[in-house]
Design a protein. Structure first.
Length: 401
């Protein structure tokens, strides 16, 4: 084999780089599709992983410490609750429990709720609830003004109420210095506090909340919707607490309760992010296909433009595989460069979004490291047909053009 038929790797790389640099504008536009596709893929996978991390963190901080115990065995005639009077103290005996209390909607279907006496009509959109003090504490309320009721109010069946901010605005109660009252079917209840935020059960912000003993005396036990206990636990203790809660509340009849533990945070995060990953990866793949078509089109045009050059190379001893390797190397170099730029842009997007949202950026190595190689594969696949077409050009026919 003579020297004219040899093509070293160094020469091949040099020819590919030279071909790209000779047409910088065209090369940049050709790489754009690959840059967008790889960048979109890295950014989307990074952002969904980062967002999944935030879901995991927030879930662990709040929902993973909540157990709900439902009363499924209430008497169907008298509607007497299954929860004992000392349910809160019993539930606290379980290791890992912070606090817990019983909560239920009042059994009033067409209640008149007003901020002034002797007003007829129904207060639309407002709900009535009864709660134990510890039940309110598990919701982590933010008090705008006043306070919530405590064991003293419960023991004396005080006629007091706490309003959610939505209910307070509708009733026109914003200050407590004049000892305002809310009237339920004409019966007054002194407002002692207004809640502006709730970490749990935010629907109570549109409600009027009475002490449990006061509500039982005035309106009786729940009828349409059974009572439930909200239990706050320490991290990692929720599932154990859910298993032990029915027996702790009623050793004689634990089957009268149904304890609901939070789902596994890892499975929740996976279910939330997997669908997003599939959707956006498909979009990124479409962009990559567009980038590959762009590279293929440019390489094919380059073959047509350089037919004379191909014929000259063939007449000087270049083999078909050398011609094919030359154009394949150019398209692979374009894909690789586009993959590197796209990966860098995708990483920058993830970091910038994480900084803006005050998140912790999460980038998996399997997402970032193979991305430039993906660009190379796109370039090789896109340049395969034009390279084969160039290799089939006969020297005599090429030189005649």
């Amino acid at each position: 084999m003579d020297e004219r038929s040899r093509l070293s790797l160094r020469d091949l790389v040099g020819e590919a780089v030279s071909g790209i640099l000779q047409r910088p504008g065209r090369s940049t536009l050709t790489m754009l599709g690959t840059v967008l596709g790889i960048g979109a893929m890295v950014a989307i996978l990074g952002l969904t992983t980062t967002a999944g991390g935030q879901i995991d963190r927030r879930f662990t901080a709040l929902a993973a410490t909540e157990v709900t115990v439902e009363d499924v065995g209430a008497d169907q005639v008298s509607h007497e609750m299954s929860f004992p009077a000392d349910a809160g103290s019993r539930i606290r005996q379980i290791n890992g429990v912070v606090r817990g209390g019983v909560l239920w909607p009042l059994p009033l279907r067409k209640a008149t709720i007003s901020g002034v006496p002797e007003v007829s009509g129904e207060s639309s959109g407002l709900a009535l609830y009864a709660a134990e003090p510890d039940a309110l504490a598990t919701l982590h309320p933010v008090i705008t003004t006043g306070r919530t009721f405590d064991a003293f109010h419960v023991s004396r069946r005080e006629r007091v109420a706490v309003l959610g901010i939505g209910a307070a605005n509708r009733l026109g109660i914003t200050r407590l210095d004049a000892y305002p009252a809310v009237f339920i079917n004409g019966s007054p209840y002194t407002v002692i506090g207004i809640i502006s935020e709730l970490e749990r059960q935010p629907e109570l912000l549109l409600g009027v909340i009475l002490p449990s003993s006061t509500a039982l005396t005035a309106y009786g036990p729940p009828v349409d919707q059974p009572a439930k206990m909200i239990v706050e636990t320490r991290l990692g203790a929720a599932r154990v607490v859910a298993q032990q809660a029915p027996l702790a509340l009623r050793p004689d009849a634990p089957d009268r309760f149904r304890a609901i533990a939070p789902p596994d945070p890892q499975s929740l995060r996976g279910s939330v992010t997997s669908d997003l990953n599939v959707l956006f990866v498909v979009l990124a793949a479409i962009t990559l296909i567009i980038g590959g078509v762009s590279i293929a089109n440019t390489t094919f045009v380059a073959v047509l433009e350089r037919t004379g050059e191909i014929g000259l190379r063939r007449s000087l001893g270049a083999r078909r595989r050398h011609i094919a390797a030359h154009f394949l190397a150019e398209s692979a170099a374009l894909g690789t460069l586009g993959g590197l730029v796209g990966t860098s842009l995708g990483v920058v997007v993830v970091v910038v979004v994480a900084l803006i949202q005050d998140w912790t950026a999460v980038l998996q190595p399997w997402t970032v490291l193979p991305s430039p190689a993906a660009g190379t594969l796109v370039g090789v696949a896109a340049g395969l047909f034009p390279a084969i077409r160039a290799a089939k050009i006969e020297p005599v026919e090429a030189l005649r053009r």
